[in-house]
Design a protein around this ligand. Structure first.
Ligand code: G3P
Length: 222
């Protein structure tokens, strides 16, 4: 499984890439707005220059021609940019149009297997089921990830679409996404920081140092 960062924060993206574990980024209008009143194009281009892989960013129009026009513009911003198109009826048609033009689409706001299927059939490069938001309404978000993985696997010749497990809220979601076979999970920075933490690791590091210094002397290094 690959890990993307779900943020538009430059410092967090730089850190994730420096760690060597983040190979892509996903943003949406809410995440971009969190960064203040920014120049959208400039921000996306900066993210694209930092990240080695795909950077998804979303259109704002809701009608087909508006989505396609915005996507065409966004696609010129950087080589690794991917356009997020919502899983609406208009989104299916826009995805189909953009796929014919070789513009990569991340079919986003997916809450059902049928939406994911239609996104894939229309030619989306990625589909993004929103796990946490399904959990929020009492449904089982990760079950949808499993279903999409299983169904896409049955049609390897016709479905090339990759799944991005999105709306990830905690480290357990990352474990479950990996177990379910999601090709990608996109995680908030906070979750990335939580993934590495374990109290026994901290205790272990302190104990090793204590034992070393007891015998070798205080402040003695290698
Ligand atoms: O990648 C989708 C994500 O940004 C949505 O997450 O936590 O707002 O449901 P959330």
């Amino acid at each position: 499984m690959r890990l993307f960062l779900d943020t538009a924060n430059i410092d967090h993206i730089r850190h994730g890439v420096k760690l060597g574990v983040i190979t892509g980024v996903t943003t949406n209008p809410s995440l971009v707005s969190k960064e203040g009143k920014v120049d959208y194009k400039h921000l996306v281009q900066e993210i694209c220059s930092i990240v080695p892989g795909p950077v998804s960013t979303e259109v704002l129009s809701q009608d087909v021609s508006g989505m396609v026009a915005e996507a065409r513009q966004i696609a010129t911003w950087a080589e690794n940019v991917v356009v997020k198109i919502p899983a609406s009826l208009e989104g299916v048609e826009a995805t189909h149009q953009l796929a014919k033009e070789n513009i990569k689409v991340n079919f986003t706001l997916c809450f059902s297997l049928n939406q994911a299927l239609l996104g894939a059939l229309a030619g989306a490069a990625f589909v993004s089921p929103f796990v946490g938001r399904l959990d929020d309404i009492g449904e089982h978000g990760m079950r949808l990830v499993k279903e999409i993985v299983e169904v896409f696997k049955k049609y390897p010749d016709s479905i090339k679409t990759q799944l991005i497990a999105a709306s990830i809220r905690h480290p357990q979601h990352c474990i479950e996404a990996a177990e379910a076979g999601a090709q990608i999970a996109t995680v908030p920075y906070q979750v990335l920081m939580q993934m590495i933490r374990h109290p026994l690791t901290d205790i272990g590091i302190s104990r090793f140092l204590e034992d070393w210094h007891k015998v070798m002397g205080e402040g003695k290094s290698i």
